[in-house]
Design a protein around this ligand. Structure first.
Ligand code: G3H
Ligand code: 13P
Ligand code: ZN
Length: 315
């Protein structure tokens, strides 16, 4: 069944686990994610980025989410707009009636404007029973086409959190504590490190569920699968040296108040590795289903692992 973020995240924060939030761009990814949630009987967030909506169309992706929820009636599934930066898209998502929650990402604005933009969206969404995730402190990475530095300037200021949450009445808060979006996450001399002290300070001033973005771990084994035959493709150096957030740090962050963990990159790597493997080892097919079924299974496998890591059913 479809539920809003409040229904699943408050329970998660209160019980020390996190709900996995996975980006879906097509049928196979959505089916892989939902199949994994069904195996683990876990709540899950299916989230659609503005890029995904541009690629597949809001109606198509939302319909997939609706069908998933009807098919798996006993599962709690939130259908969520990820990183809504364009206010007109956020409004359209709210008014469509398809989503259960939206993220308004106004973190690129100054504190006052972030509050102004976020509050307006919260008002619109709450009037329709939808919950809202907001963002305070822009998260590093390539999502904005700008590399946000790690000198502390972009990290969420704990002193601003209480005022922001009270003023906006948002339901969940994405915070910037050192994770980064995308597959090229760290410079060679950088080590992925979440600022857990900062997280503790933030968690001490608000009870609302906190959200960790850019939480792919880019596991070495997954990269190895991706690169196994890549010399035959010629170009895949882009993700060669990528490292993500170590799983141990994600566990610690969940223990400290992170209740929603966003993962996209690891799904992309798993999906692409499976498609490459199929294309390179089986030249006898022209049926896209033969190529995409292993990718769907690969997504399911990694999502099952993530759900386990995030602690649902174990706390
Ligand atoms: O945080 C961003 C997600 O990974 C979505 O990426 O805009 O390429 O769909 P996208
Ligand atoms: P990654 O692509 O780094 O996994 O981040 C996903 C995310 O934060 C989606 O909002
Ligand atoms: Zn994100």
């Amino acid at each position: 069944m479809l539920v809003n973020l409040n229904k699943i995240l408050s329970h998660a924060r209160a019980h020390g686990y996190a709900v996995g939030a996975f980006n879906i761009n097509n049928l196979e990814i959505a089916q892989g994610v939902v199949a994994a949630a069904a195996v683990r009987r876990a709540p899950v967030v299916l989230q659609l980025s503005e890029g995904a909506l541009e690629y597949a169309g809001m109606e198509y992706l939302a319909a997939i989410g609706q069908v998933a929820a009807e098919t798996h009636h006993s599962l709690k599934i939130a259908l969520h707009l990820d990183h809504g930066k364009d206010e007109s898209i956020v409004e359209r998502s709210i008014k469509s009636g398809w989503f259960t929650s939206v993220m308004i990402d106004a973190s690129r604005y100054d504190f006052k404007k972030n509050i102004r933009v976020t509050s307006r969206i919260v008002e619109l969404a709450h009037a329709r029973g939808m919950s809202v995730e907001a963002e305070l402190g822009p998260i590093a990475g390539q999502e904005d086409l700008v590399r946000v530095g790690r000198d502390g300037a972009a990290l969420t200021d704990p002193n601003e959190v209480k005022k922001f949450v009270a003023a906006t009445r948002c339901d969940a808060l994405a915070i910037s504590i050192g994770s980064a979006h995308g597959s090229v996450k760290y410079l060679p001399n950088e080590q992925p490190k979440l600022d857990l002290v900062r997280l503790k300070q933030i968690a001490a001033v608000t009870k609302i569920p906190l959200v960790l973005h850019g939480a792919s771990s880019v596991p070495h084994a997954l990269l190895t699968e991706l690169h196994q035959s890549c010399s035959r493709f010629g170009d895949c150096s882009r993700v060669h040296d990528a490292i993500g957030v170590p799983e141990a740090q994600i566990k610690k962050a969940i223990a400290l108040g992170i209740a929603k963990v966003n993962v996209d990159t690891d799904l992309r790597i798993a999906f692409t590795a499976a498609v490459r493997e199929k294309l390179l080892t089986d030249r006898a097919f022209i049926d896209p289903r033969v190529m995409l079924a292993p990718a769907r299974a690969a997504v399911q496998k990694i999502v099952e692992k993530k759900i386990k890591l995030f602690g649902y059913g174990t706390t």
